[in-house]
Structure formats: C-alpha cells, structure tokens
Design a protein around this ligand. Sequence first.
Ligand SMILES: [Zn+2]
Length: 250
Amino acid sequence: MSTFEFPYIPGGYRHIELSDFSLFASPDESSAHVEWLKQTVREVSDALRSFLNFCPKRRLAVCCYRSNQEACECLDRKIDSTMALAPFDDNSKGLIVLQSPEADRRNGDSNRMKRILAHEMAHQFVSEISNSKKVLGDGNVNRIVPAWLDEGFAVVVSRLVWNDITPLKESIELFNNCTELMTFGELNWHLDDLWSKLRDKAFMCSTAAVYLLVQETSVDYVFRHLNIISGRYDNNGVCAPDKFREEIPL
Ligand SMILES: [Zn+2]
C-alpha cells in the first residue's frame, strides 16, 4: 500500500499532498474551509511535535467528511455529527477523520477543532511510540497502551498544548470526589464503547489519572514510558486517585 492509499476515504475526494501530511476533502468543500484545514492541521502538528519533542515517522492524513451520512457510511458505523476519530494506523501511516461544518456547525469552531485535532494526533503519536496498530472494529487487539491511558493522555495533551489547564484541574476535583470509582478494565470498556452512558465519566477518571501522573513526573516522562506505565495497573484494580500519588521511579 502506498502512502496515498488510505482506507475510509470516499471516492472522488480531493487529495491534497502537503509536506508532512495529506488532506482529503470533498470537492464540494469550500476553498476557504480547505485552506483553514491546511493551516490548522499544520499548526496543530507543529505545536504537538514541539510539545512532545517527537517527530513522527508515520505519514499522517486527515480526511474531512462533508456530511455525517458520508462519515457513517465510510466508517460503517453511526457516529455523532461532531465526532472526530483516528480509525486507522499501521507502521507507515495514520488517518484522522473529522466532519465539515456542513455536517454540524460546531465543527466550524476553531478552538474546539484545534483541541480535537491535537487529541487525535496525540493518539497517533502514542500509537507510533508504543508500536501499536489499529483498524476500526478490530477490537483493539494490536493496541499496546490501554484505552484509559491512551484517552487520558490524549485529553491531557490536547489541553496542555494550548495552555488550557482549568478543565484538567476540574477533572481532578471530580475524580477526588467520585464515590463510585471504576476498575481500569471497566474504564477501557466504557471508553471503547462509543455509545456507553458511562463514557464521559470514564473520560473524566482517565484524564484525571493521567494528569496526576503528569504532575508527579512530566508529560515527557509519561509519553516515553507508556509501555511501562501500562504494565503497572492491572485491569481488575480500581482506578483511584491514591494510585497515582505513589512514588514513581524516574
Ligand atoms: Zn480519543
């Protein structure tokens, strides 16, 4: 498969080849929005590379679906009209998909989209550094880093890279006051189920857990020790705040 052959791209989409990523967009997408996407993906990519001091070797592609219907058809599943995801990555390339403001006007919110792109790009970086692979619907059999750590890290990075600390502090507050904590296995299960009613709560706990780890060490430490951290927390163990305050060997 060449770097130009990505799955989940609708036939007839424009392929725009840029220096370190490819962009796929509907021929109906306005040139102003395509231009905005080019600039924004570049800005997010530069910010994240510099923040994590990491230069990905996998080729990154971003596809902007014109409508929610097209997104659902291509991904062969129902997704919310504001959702972005990273449905595919292998040893040489990774794909991020998002949806046009035509699908939902909230997709035209610049700050929101920058945060979402940073989140999905963080997943790609995690996948590459941990040597994971993914195809949507594969049950995450080739994912090395568990969902709680992968999602928590993506949320923490997508906030810290834009210096948006308040939501992270709020998640720690909620985590500290949470009465019904979940096990790591339960967190993984709810995070992987896009329609789970407990998905938001699982995101909150995972985000707070990773932010506590980052506060104990550093973003760089967590990013470069993902495989070791993955092995420290058993699926049957409860994901509780005190688990992340113990001494972590540097
Ligand atoms: Zn995510």
